[in-house]
Design a protein around this ligand. Structure first.
Ligand SMILES: [Zn+2]
Length: 165
């Protein structure tokens, strides 16, 4: 398994590649995908299932991931499966936000309805849905880069062990 510094380096150094690829669609999609990629690698990482660098970056909000860490064993399929892991984390985060809003008496559904209605006014094929998709794609790719590094690192360690007499 790669360490946190290596994961950070991989995420930051490969983010321009993601931005350039996404720029084929539009500049806005490139920015949104790259932001998603950086957040997916540095903040919403598969390693949120342990007390890791990404977890520490949440600052005083890091406590919200403690139940997740209790429920999800480190490197289990729940946190370390491409796309699924990110979607589970987003669902978990959404549930926490919903719970907090409910406790604070904020009517989230009214806010969501207003935002959705505004987007429908803009018309079909509006950039909002495209950018939403770009953001989630970026988040998943950021997580995927982490998983690839973990896999390559594990394979490297496995080969080293095999070579020993
Ligand atoms: Zn990991």
């Amino acid at each position: 398994m790669s360490d946190g510094k290596t994961h950070d380096f991989i995420t930051i150094s490969t983010s321009p590649v993601i931005g350039c690829l996404a720029a084929q669609m539009s500049a806005t999609v490139a920015v949104t995908t790259t932001i998603g990629y950086l957040v997916g690698g540095l903040l919403l990482s598969p390693d949120l299932d342990v007390k890791s660098r990404p977890w520490r970056r949440w600052g005083w909000l890091r406590f919200i991931w403690l139940p997740y860490q209790k429920l999800v064993p480190h490197r289990s399929w729940i946190s370390h499966t491409p796309i699924v892991g990110t979607l589970i984390q987003l669902s978990y985060l959404g549930a926490i936000v919903l719970l907090a809003a409910t406790l604070l008496g904020i009517d989230v559904w009214t806010i969501v309805r207003v935002v959705v209605d505004r987007q429908q006014d803009v018309g079909e094929g509006n950039p909002w849905s495209v950018n939403c998709f770009a953001l989630i794609t970026g988040l998943c790719l950021g997580s995927w880069a982490h998983l690839v590094a973990d896999t390559l690192s594990s394979l490297g360690k496995h080969k080293k062990k095999k070579r020993r007499p």
